[in-house]
Every structure is written in C-alpha cells, then in structure tokens.
Design a protein around this ligand. Structure first.
Ligand SMILES: *Cc1c(COP(=O)(O)O)cnc(C)c1O
Length: 368
C-alpha cells in the first residue's frame, strides 16, 4: 500500500523530540498561548526573516482576520484564483466582501494577466494562492496592486518557504497567511495557522482581534474572536520547523524523479516549474487522459491518489449565486477533469515512485 501522505513515518523519525516537547507543555500546563506559543512565533519569524508572526487556530481564520483588520467588508471586492481550497474565498465572504475569481495559468496559480480586467472601484485586495507549493507570478501581481492601490494578502497555506526570484513567498504582500493543518508541508497534530506581516499596526490589530479584542487580559478594546494557537501544537511546530528545509528538499527531489520518468508518457502532462522559483511540492499533480480509469487502476494496485480539486471554486454550488460561466475560466474548467495528485511526502522512497510510474506505464501501454 502506498499512501497519499504518510504522517506516521515522519512521526517515527522525530518521535523522541516530539514526545518530549509535548510532555513539557503538559507538565507546565502551558495549554493556550503562553511560552511555547511565543517560542514558535519567534522561531517562525526568525527563520522567515519577517517582523511579526501572529499564530491562529487555523489557516482559514488567519485569512479572515487579516481581511477584517485591513478594513475589508461590505461593498468591497477581493480578487482571488478559481483554483484553490474554499478557505481562500469563503473568508472573503465571511468578512462581508464579494469574491471575484480569476482563471489559472499553466502553473495552476492565478493568471496574473487576467487580473486587471476584474478590477473596478470596489476592488480592495488580491489574494494570490501559492498553490501546490509553487509561487504565483509575484512581480506582475505586485505591479498591478501598486498601480491600483490594492492590498496583497498571500495565501501560503501550501507553500511554507517556497521562493520567487530568490525571495520567500509571504514576504511580497502586506500580509501572508499560513496553515499548519497536519497534511501541510509544515503540519501540526491538529488545526493551527498563522499570519505574518512586517506592518506593526496590522500585526497589533490581528493579535488583538484573534484574542477576543484584547492585548491584555480583560481589556477588550474591540470585540474579536477566539482564534488562538495552543501550546501543544506550538511545541510540535517548533520541533518540526528544524526539519522543514530538509523535508522541502526531499519533496522537490521526489517531484524531479516523477517529472523525469513521466515526461515521455504521451498521455501524461507533468507539472511545470516556474523559472526563478523554488517549488516545494506540497502537491504533485499531473494531467492525464482517462483519469477515472487510471485512478481506479492505481487504487487496485494499492496506490492512493487524490484530486486537488474536483470542482473549481467558481463552479461550486456555494457560488451559484454569482452566475459564473465555464467559458470564463477555460483553464480551471479544463484542469478539473484532468488533474490527478500522486503520492507525495518527504519520506516517499525512490522505489515506491518507480513502482507508481511503472503502474502508470502499464495502464497506458498494456491496456490500450
Ligand atoms: C489548507 C488551506 C487553507 C486553510 O487552512 P486550514 O488550516 O485548514 O484552515 C487555506 N488556503 C489553502 C490554499 C489551503 O490549502
């Protein structure tokens, strides 16, 4: 059996450190916020090279909090990609604004040259998503944002430490949001998330809002929400942060093996890597012919696969009220029936990758 992700092998490799860290938190009953949360925030800030990290209960809240604290709400529009997890767009609605979708490019990220036509007087922000672990075309996006005076909030949930032109994703816009959902490249053992920014005032507001509108206990300057990181998750994340570069490197290496050996199969399109960028392959997704049949064949051979995502955001029932048309999102519409995500995690061995590739070849060459 080859799992899609295997969090058990990773746990085994750092078991001693993680178990020790968790016991410390319990012994000190540092459960909500407290010293381990502070430590993780500092560790993350230091490794990322930014000024502020505000931890949150999950990555979805992180986006919502930033939107709210930037003053985005009723009557505003926020531009984002058609191809993402629903957190990116549902938080725009939660803040009171309207999500405006843009089609994807051939790298599965927002098509930067299609952004401008969606901008109007209501537009306040752009949320580029560094999908699958690959940076969006950030120079173009930042240039447009500057020209129209829009905020850029980078959704880095799938791209911790990915880079564009030698600069880390999350350091281009006014703020960046992260998810540490267990399956993400940097994953906790439960829900967890963070906001990152260099802006002192925005950082202060986000910290306050995420903790019931109070910076100091019982001093509620505004009404906020309860979206805090807990000590156990923070302690685990501090341990795992030490390994993230190595894990990201292994993912990229695995992707390059896949790319090399799948490139000569006519029915398969391998993922493209943007020039001058560091892809960290949160997801390794190919485009294939006869996807459902291939998926079933791989399943029968003990290989788990997934689809990210089977329905692109504009076509979801949740957005039916926007009356969006397939023709307006030709790439996203095309991809949703072709994409297939193959097993990808740092500990995935070369022999397992070879087994998967051989099964894909067997499917197309022997069965056709
Ligand atoms: C996972 C994810 C989120 C949300 O993170 P949670 O921690 O699950 O709330 C947001 N955006 C994208 C693109 C994601 O993949």
């Amino acid at each position: 059996m080859i799992h899609f992700v295997d969090l058990k092998v990773q746990y085994e490799s750092i078991k001693e450190e993680v178990d020790y860290a968790m016991l410390e938190v319990i012994k000190e009953t540092a459960f909500i916020k407290g010293k381990y949360v502070e430590k993780f925030e500092n560790d993350f800030v230091e490794k990322y090279g930014v000024k502020h990290c505000i931890s949150t209960a999950n990555g979805t809240d992180a986006i919502y909090i930033v939107l709210k604290m930037l003053g985005i709400g009723s009557g505003d529009e926020v531009i984002t990609t058609a191809h993402s997890w629903i957190s990116t767009s549902e938080t725009i609605t939660q803040a009171g604004a309207k999500p405006v979708f843009v089609d994807t490019d051939e790298y599965y990220t927002i098509n930067a040259s299609k952004i401008e036509e969606k901008i109007n007087s209501k537009t306040k922000a752009i949320i580029p998503v560094h999908l699958y672990g690959q940076a969006c075309e950030m120079d173009k996006i930042m240039e447009i944002a500057k020209r129209y005076n829009l905020f850029v909030i980078e959704d880095c949930a799938q791209a911790h430490f990915a880079e564009y032109n030698g600069k880390k994703v999350g350091t281009f816009g006014i703020a960046a949001t992260f998810s540490f959902y267990p399956g993400k490249n940097l994953g906790a053992y439960g829900d967890a998330g963070a906001i990152m920014t260099n802006e002192d005032d925005l950082a202060m507001k986000c910290r306050m809002y995420s903790n019931h509108g109070a910076l100091k206990k019982h001093y509620h300057e505004i009404e906020g929400i309860n979206s805090r990181l807990d000590g156990l998750q923070a302690a685990i994340l501090s341990v795992k942060l030490k390994y993230i570069d190595e894990w990201n490197r292994k993912r990229l290496n695995n992707a390059l093996i896949y790319n090399d050996l799948l490139s000569n199969i006519q029915q398969v399109r391998i993922p493209r890597i943007r020039k001058n960028s560091k892809h960290i392959f949160h997801v390794y997704s190919i485009q294939v012919e006869r996807r459902e049949e291939l998926r079933e064949f791989l399943h029968q051979n003990g290989i788990e696969t997934q689809i990210h995502y089977p329905t692109m955001l504009p076509f979801m029932p949740a957005y039916k009220y926007l009356n969006l048309k397939y023709e307006d999102f030709p790439n996203a519409y095309h991809y949703q029936d072709k994409i297939l995500s193959l097993p990808m995690y740092p500990e995935l061995t070369e022999s397992k990758i070879l087994f998967i590739i051989n099964k894909i070849k067997e499917f197309y060459f022997k069965k056709e």
